[in-house]
Design a protein around this ligand. Structure first.
Ligand SMILES: Cc1cc2nc3c(=O)[nH]c(=O)nc-3n(C[C@H](O)[C@H](O)[C@H](O)COP(=O)(O)O)c2cc1C
Length: 316
C-alpha cells in the first residue's frame, strides 16, 4: 500500500492506542511484520504549550519507521503548530483523530465531537495539509449515534487533501461494543479515490482475509488484536499468503514480553506500570492463566514479574 509518496512494506497497520503504543511496543510490532505503526493520540494543545511529557512522545527511532503521529484537538492554529513539530521530529504521516468517544476529549470539542462539524473537519485537514510536506490521514468513526456519517466525512477529508482515510466501522456511541459494520467500509471504498484502511474487529488471519474480500479496502488497522499479540501482523501476512493460520504458541507469546523488555532497555523507555500492562495483555485468553495474572498484578518489581512468568512458561 502507498500513502501518497510513502511506500509501505505491507498493508497492515498498528492502531493508535493510548497507554499501549510506547516506543518499545511499536518496534516490537514492526519486528513482527507490521507495515506502519501509529503513536497513541497526542494532544495538539499540549504540544503548542510545549508540555514536556507530551513533547517526549515526539521521539522516534529508525527501527519503528515509518511512523504516523496521531494528533487530537479542536484549535486549528494549535493543530497546525503541533503537526509541524511532529514533522520536524521525524513523523512520516500526520493522522488526525475524528473518532475518540472519551468524555474528556468530547468535552474539549475534539475526537468524535468533531463528527458533528463537517466544515471544521475539512478546515483541520486542509490546514495540516498546507502546513506539512508529509502525507496527512484522518481516522474516523462512521457516526455519532447512528452509522450515517462515514461516507460524508470521507468525502470531506478527501476533498481537503487527505492522502488516506482510516475507518473504524463503529459509531462513537458504540464505544467498543457491538460489531464493526464492514459494509460501511465497503461503501466508503467504493466512493473515494484515496486509500481506505479498514478498522474494527480483525482478530485473525481469517478476519483479515474476509475484511479485504468483503470491503476491498487497501489496508487493515489492528488495535486490540495487536495489543494482546504483537505477532498478529506476522500471522496475518502468513494467512494472506498461504490461506491457513500459523499462530504462535502461548509460550512464544509470553516470550514477546521478554523481547519487549529488551527493547525498553535498548531504547531507554522502561516503565514498570507499562510493562505490567503489556504482560497482562499478552496473557489474555490463555488457558489456566488466572493464577499467573493475579501474581503478576501483585508484583512490585520487574524481577519478580519475570520470575513468575518464566516459572509458568516451564509447564507450557
Ligand atoms: C487501549 C486502547 C486505546 C485506544 N486509543 C486510541 C487512540 O489514541 N486514538 C484512536 O484513534 N483510537 C484509539 N483506540 C481505538 C483503536 O485505534 C481502534 O480504532 C479500535 O480499537 C478498533 O480496532 P480493533 O477492533 O482492531 O481493536 C484505542 C483502543 C484501545 C483498545
Amino acid at each position: 500500500m502507498n500513502i501518497k509518496n510513502l511506500k509501505l512494506k505491507n498493508n497492515l497497520v498498528l492502531a493508535p492506542m493510548v497507554a499501549i503504543n510506547d516506543q518499545a511496543f511499536r518496534v516490537l510490532c514492526k519486528k513482527y511484520d507490521c507495515g506502519l505503526v501509529f503513536t497513541e493520540m497526542i494532544n495538539a494543545n499540549a504540544i503548542f504549550k510545549t508540555n514536556k511529557a507530551t513533547l517526549k512522545k515526539l521521539s522516534f527511532v529508525k527501527e519503528e519507521k515509518p511512523i504516523a503521529v496521531q494528533l487530537f484537538g479542536a484549535n486549528t492554529k494549535m493543530i497546525e503548530f503541533a503537526a509541524k513539530e511532529a514533522e520536524k521530529a521525524g513523523a512520516d504521516i500526520i493522522d488526525f483523530n475524528f473518532g475518540c468517544p472519551d468524555i474528556k476529549i468530547i468535552k474539549q470539542g475534539a475526537g468524535a465531537a468533531l463528527l458533528k462539524r463537517p466544515t471544521k473537519i475539512g478546515e483541520i485537514i486542509e490546514a495540516i495539509v498546507k502546513t506539512v510536506n508529509i502525507p496527512v490521514t484522518a481516522k474516523i468513526r462512521i457516526g455519532i449515534t447512528k452509522p450515517d456519517l462515514g461516507l460524508k466525512i470521507a468525502k470531506i477529508v478527501e476533498k481537503a487533501g487527505a492522502s488516506a482515510i482510516i475507518v473504524h466501522a463503529r459509531t462513537a456511541k458504540q464505544g467498543y461494543s457491538g460489531k464493526a459494520d464492514w459494509n460501511k467500509i465497503k461503501e466508503i471504498k467504493e466512493n473515494v479515490k484515496i486509500p481506505v484502511i479498514g478498522n474494527g474487529d480483525v482478530f485473525s488471519g481469517k478476519d483479515a482475509y474476509e475484511i479485504l474480500e468483503k470491503t476491498k479496502c487497501d489496508g487493515i488497522m489492528l488495535g486490540r488484536a495487536a495489543m494482546t499479540n504483537p505477532a498478529i501482523f506476522k500471522e496475518i501476512n502468513y494467512y494472506l499468503k498461504n490461506k491457513k493460520e500459523n499462530k504462535i504458541s502461548n509460550k512464544e507469546k509470553l516470550n514477546l514480553f521478554f523481547e519487549y523488555l529488551e527493547l525498553t532497555k535498548k531504547y531507554d523507555c522502561f516503565d514498570f506500570v507499562n510493562a505490567k500492562r503489556h504482560a497482562l495483555n499478552f496473557m489474555r485468553g490463555m488457558p489456566n492463566i488466572v493464577k499467573l495474572r493475579t501474581k503478576v498484578s501483585l508484583t512490585k518489581n520487574i524481577e519478580d514479574m519475570k520470575k513468575e512468568i518464566k516459572e509458568f512458561q516451564k509447564d507450557l
